[in-house]
Structure formats: structure tokens, C-alpha cells
Design a protein around this ligand. Structure first.
Ligand code: PLP
Length: 389
């Protein structure tokens, strides 16, 4: 399989797997245990915390390990809701991940007010609208993603922080797609909460973290045994945490060793190859501020659901998932928010690359896409394979 769906999940780096295995085999003691093996495990957890802190320029005490991005997001929202009962408003972006959208629904079910800020056609949040929406004394939290999982569009989180803080609101950013792919520095960009996830950065699924700035107050979502300095109860997923720490260290070095540039070049070559055959192809999102690994594109009159079937047969994994959630032809809320017509949305595919992709794979995948798209266009011409919008 040629795997071009890294924004859905990434393969675990073999080096990451190596460092986590001993914590599944011999170092199985509970990190809270007072005897030697427990202390060894506790030290490994703390080392991982430092490694992760290094990647985002946080202090290690500012990191709370969680079960992933979704939990981190829910914890940040719940904390703001509980700690600021007199401020009832949550502001989110229109293209947020379902973890944020569904948590926002809970916010309003619990009596809060939620405002969704629109995005431009290029997927960037309209900062003027954000500024107009944030109300001093009413807005508790602004929750805006650092990078979008479908388009790869990167937000100006520094500007968002300025707007939120000027009104006395806290800022949470869903940085699940940003961390490890682009520099994220919480010292330079003063967010209060930041969510991240292991499985988007070559660590396993089921581990993530919430950054809680030393400036921000926090109340835990999960209570119980008091792990994570009372901020997230539950016996630690030690192997996952150790893996996340090592993955963070690898990402940190890959941010500077040309790996991300190579991924971008692969993505750009892929887009160019497709454009040569389909000059009417549209690439969505702000092309000047986009993750280097992500390509969300539409080939007119080529149905994405049909493409997924043909590409699957050809051994290429990509996603229309977010564009027309598999088996469900509704255009994604992201494309809708960007004002993209249903017809165009229904021909949208997402390819997301990672550091283990090779040039050969990308060339083979591009050929498979071109072949499949010509086939679908030809069949559509015969009237055989029109899938309605
Ligand atoms: N936020 C974004 C932008 C994502 O892409 C994802 C994963 O798809 C999540 C949050 C949820 O993260 P997790 O799968 O670790 O719960």
C-alpha cells in the first residue's frame, strides 16, 4: 500500500517502536509504585515530558499527558467552562475538528453560548470577525486550530492570541496537525492551552498531551488517583508516553534537517504531475500558508467516492473522508465553510504525505490517480457512473 493519509494517522516510526517495547515487556511497573522499577518508569515518563516540552518550547510542568487530542481538547474546554462560570461564551472557528465542534455543543447544552467565526474562501479565519465576536467580560475561551486537518491551512495563532487576550479571554489551540510538522513555540505564541496527539507524529494512537500554560488556571476533566500532579487521573499509558517523547525528539530534529522540505517537494511534485493531466484541477486552501504535507484537491467531473474505490484497488490510501465522509456524500463542513460548491466538494480528495514516503511511491500514486480520474471521466461521459451530489 502507498500510504498518503498521514493526516488521518501516521505509521509508527520503527525507532519509536523500539523505545516503547521495553515498557510493554520488562518495565511494566506502575509509575506510582515506590520501589525501584516504579521509579525507573516514573523517570521515563518525566524524560518523555521533557522531550515533548522541548518540541513546543514549553516547560515540562506545563504538559499533561492524555489519551490523545480529543481528550486534551475536551479537558481544555471543560476547564474554562468550570473556572469561569460568569463568562459563558466560547468562540470557535467554522472549520474546527469534530472534537472541538462536539465539545462546543456540550458547552451550549450546559447553558453556555457558542459563536462560530467564519473563514475566508482560502480557509483562513476571518480575524476581523473574530475581533468583533470576542466580548470582554463574556468570552471565556477562544478555541481555534493551529492547522486544519483537511486543507492544511495554518492559522495566524499569534494574532488570534492577541485578540483573545485583549478581551481577557483564554486561548486554546488544537495543534494536533501542527505539532511536529511546523515549528510550534508556546514561548513566542502565548497560547493558554494547546492540544496535541501522538498518532499524527509517528507515535502510536491513544496518547497525546494538553499544554497548560503556567499562566492559566486548570481544573481536571478526569479525577481519581491524582496522577499527572492531580491534573489527569488514570494510570499512565507509559509505553505510549515514552513513545510520544521519543517521537517528539525525532520531529524536533526533522524540523531542522530538511525532512519537512523533502515532504513538501514530494507533495508539490505530486500536485504538478496531476495538474499536467488535469489543468482544471483546484487545490484548496491558502497555498501560501499550508502544511507542506497536505494536498486537498478537486478534479472537476471526477467523483471522489469513485476515486476512493479505484485508488483502493490500485493500493493507494488517501481520503475523501473529510471531503465526503466515507460512505456519506455530504460535503465536509470545512469545504462548506469555505464556500465551496457541493459539486466541487464531491470531487475533492485529500492526500497527506509523511516522512517515509518515497519519490517512487509518489510517482506511482500520481499515475494511479491520473488513470482512475480519466477512467471515471470517460464513464461519466457514457453516463454509467454519475454519483449524485
Ligand atoms: N484535532 C485534529 C485537527 C485532528 O486532526 C484530530 C485527529 O483526527 C484530532 C483533533 C483528534 O485527535 P485524537 O485522534 O488523538 O483524539
Amino acid at each position: 500500500m502507498i500510504y498518503l493519509d498521514a493526516n488521518a494517522t501516521t505509521p509508527v516510526d520503527p525507532a519509536v517502536l523500539e523505545v516503547m517495547l521495553p515498557f510493554l515487556r520488562e518495565h511494566y511497573a506502575n509509575a506510582s509504585a515506590g520501589y525501584g522499577p516504579g521509579r525507573l518508569v516514573q523517570r521515563a515518563v518525566e524524560e518523555a515530558r521533557q522531550q515533548l516540552a522541548g518540541l513546543i518550547h514549553a516547560e515540562s510542568e506545563e504538559l499533561v499527558f492524555t489519551s490523545g487530542g480529543t481528550e486534551a481538547i475536551n479537558a481544555a474546554h471543560a476547564s474554562a467552562r468550570i473556572l469561569w462560570p460568569d463568562k459563558s461564551e466560547l468562540i470557535i472557528g467554522a472549520t474546527e475538528h469534530p472534537a472541538v465542534l462536539e465539545s462546543a455543543k456540550r458547552w451550549s447544552a450546559n447553558g453556555g453560548r457558542v459563536t462560530s467565526v467564519p473563514v475566508e474562501r482560502n480557509g483562513r479565519v476571518n480575524l476581523a470577525a473574530l475581533k468583533a465576536a470576542v466580548q470582554a467580560g463574556q468570552t471565556a475561551l477562544v478555541s481555534l486550530m493551529w492547522a486544519n486537518n483537511e486543507t492544511g491551512v495554518i492559522s495566524d495563532i499569534a494574532a488570534v492570541a492577541e485578540i483573545a487576550h485583549a478581551a481577557g479571554a483564554l486561548l486554546h489551540t488544537d495543534a494536533v496537525q501542527a505539532v511536529g510538522k511546523i515549528p510550534v513555540d508556546v514561548k513566542r505564541v502565548p497560547v493558554d492551552f494547546l492540544s496535541l496527539s501522538g498518532h499524527k507524529m509517528h507515535a502510536p494512537k491513544g496518547v497525546g498531551a494538553l499544554f497548560v500554560s503556567a499562566r492559566a488556571r486548570f481544573t481536571p476533566l478526569l479525577v481519581g488517583g491524582g496522577q499527572e500532579r492531580e491534573r489527569r487521573s488514570g494510570t499512565e499509558n507509559v509505553a505510549g508516553i515514552v513513545a510520544l517523547g521519543h517521537a517528539a525528539e525525532l520531529c524536533r530534529s526533522h524540523l531542522n534537517d530538511g525532512t519537512m522540505v523533502s515532504i513538501r517537494k514530494l507533495r508539490d511534485a505530486f500536485e504538478q504531475r496531476l495538474r499536467a493531466d488535469f489543468p482544471d484541477m483546484q487545490v484548496h486552501g491558502d497555498l501560501t500558508r499550508r502544511l507542506g504535507n497536505t494536498s486537498l484537491l478537486s478534479i472537476p467531473a471526477v467523483d471522489a467516492a469513485g476515486m476512493l474505490i479505484l485508488l483502493d484497488k490500485a493500493g493507494v490510501a488517501c481520503s475523501a473522508g473529510s471531503a465526503c465522509h466515507t460512505g456519506d456524500l455530504h460535503p465536509s463542513h470545512v469545504l462548506e465553510a469555505m464556500g465551496i460548491e457541493a459539486a466541487e466538494a464531491s470531487s475533492t480528495l485529500r492526500f497527506s504525505f509523511h516522512r517515509f514516503n518515497t519519490q517512487d511511491e509518489v510517482e506511482t500514486a500520481a499515475k494511479a490517480v491520473i488513470r482512475a480520474a480519466h477512467k471515471l471521466r470517460a464513464e461519466r461521459g457514457d453516463g454509467c457512473m454519475v454519483i449524485s451530489n
